[in-house]
Design a protein around this ligand. Structure first.
Ligand code: FE2
Ligand code: FE2
Length: 408
């Protein structure tokens, strides 16, 4: 992402390496690329000239094609946002359908779910900010459909950072979407109990990974995908140090897929308010807590990748700015050095009135090189009764009520 950002500054669309390229040429290219001042006019032409002078025979650069006019681009962004919303709700329906067939003991079909995961992947690859914003959607369905879709989106965002192919992303997405499939067997009184669970109730709750695997074993013809989904379901409550549940008879390493799902599952659980825990962690509190568990509950390298994938201030975080305005994080910076400087949409003005304010880029500096705006602290959206998801999805609640009606 950093490299893409730097290429854009130089108006470079692609770099082509031909067979036979030498280490010397690579080094020379890196030096020229790194020392190039992209603030001067005509960056591409100057860069091309420098490469020609250096006589790098096995290396070529191609210009960045700006295909869409500014106006067309805005429309495209709008269309993408609409599409992201539709896919989010299609995913909810797909999960509820599968859960329903589990309940009625009908044959489970993954066909529809596979299709929606495909669309989620396509959209995440284009622009992940709207979908990540939608994971802040907090409605309390009985069977955690929302949670399943959120875990899927977060897992895909991580898989993308890990350079997964579409095929592997699809397996990861499906495993994440159905990690809690077995929860259908847990009585609602336990699942939605407003107080602490008793030891007996916990024992029932801890069985849901096994229930998921049992359900998946009923599928006709165990294929590769079903096995991946089983692994995700079985391992998602096992910790990196192999504590957690279900208890293992033999110690063995957890799969990469399982380690990813366990991180994103925990993050979504912590940041959502549940029946038994009305006040959720703010995204940065959740990250801080989870980083404390790095190496114990979670794979330390994957934890680092997770933090860079969703940013120090993840999309949807409510922040107080030094201008005394309150904003919601809209998109994170692709540049890891600026991970703490996202784009923020102002939602409350300095006197605390609701405002449809501008989107501020906190990485922007003024003429003297000072940042224009700073984040003072994060704010708990539930305390201020601010529904963050509505900034990513208007008319949200009408759609949600229709969806949950349909899935009942
Ligand atoms: Fe679970
Ligand atoms: Fe879960």
């Amino acid at each position: 992402m950093f490299m893409i950002d730097e290429m854009k500054k130089r108006k470079v669309g692609s770099v082509v390496f031909s067979p036979g390229i030498s280490e010397f040429e690579m080094r020379k290219f890196c030096v020229l690329f790194g020392s190039f001042d992209s603030r001067l006019p005509e960056p591409l032409e100057r860069f091309q000239r420098e490469l020609e002078q250096a006589q790098l025979a096995h290396l070529e650069i191609e210009p960045l094609e700006e295909t869409k006019e500014k106006e067309g681009l805005d429309e495209l962004v709008q269309d993408n946002k609409q599409l992201a919303k539709k896919t989010y709700f299609d995913s909810l329906t797909a999960v509820s359908e599968v859960m329903e067939s589990v309940k009625l003991r009908q044959a489970v079909s993954f066909r529809r779910a596979k299709r929606v995961v495909q669309s989620l992947i396509d959209q995440i690859m284009q622009d992940d900010s709207t979908l990540l914003g939608l994971t802040n959607l907090r409605c309390h369905d009985e069977y955690t459909y929302n949670h399943s879709v959120n875990v899927c989106i977060l897992a895909l965002a991580m898989g993308q950072r890990l350079g997964y192919t579409k095929q592997r992303l699809s397996e990861l997405g499906m495993a994440a979407l159905f990690h809690d499939l077995g929860k259908y067997h847990i009585p609602l009184e336990i699942l939605n109990k407003p107080s602490e669970l008793t030891e007996e109730e916990w024992a029932v709750m801890r069985r849901h990974p096994i229930y998921s695997v049992k359900e998946l074993l009923r599928l006709k013809g165990i294929h590769e995908l079903a096995i991946r989904v089983m692994i995700g379901a079985f391992e998602h409550h096992l910790n990196y140090d192999l504590s957690g549940y279900p208890k293992l008879a033999h110690k063995r390493n957890l799969s990469l897929l399982g380690r990813i799902v366990s991180i994103v599952d925990c993050y979504d659980a912590l940041t959502s308010s549940r029946v038994y825990r009305r006040v959720a962690y703010t995204p940065d509190q959740a990250l801080q807590y989870m980083l404390g568990q790095s190496g114990k509950a979670f794979d330390p390298i994957l934890m680092k990748i997770f933090v860079t994938a969703i940013g120090v201030y993840p999309i949807g975080t409510l922040v107080l700015l030094n201008t005394e305005e309150v904003g919601v994080v809209f998109s994170t910076s692709p540049n890891p050095d600026k991970g703490d400087r996202p784009k923020v949409k102002v939602v409350l003005d300095s006197s605390g009135n609701e405002a449809d304010g501008p989107v501020l880029d906190l990485s922007e500096t003024d003429e003297s090189g000072r940042f224009r705006c700073e984040i003072v602290k994060t704010i708990d959206a539930t305390q201020y009764n601010i529904d963050v998801a509505k900034y990513f999805c208007q008319q949200l609640w009408t759609t949600v009520s229709l969806t949950s009606e349909a899935t009942r």
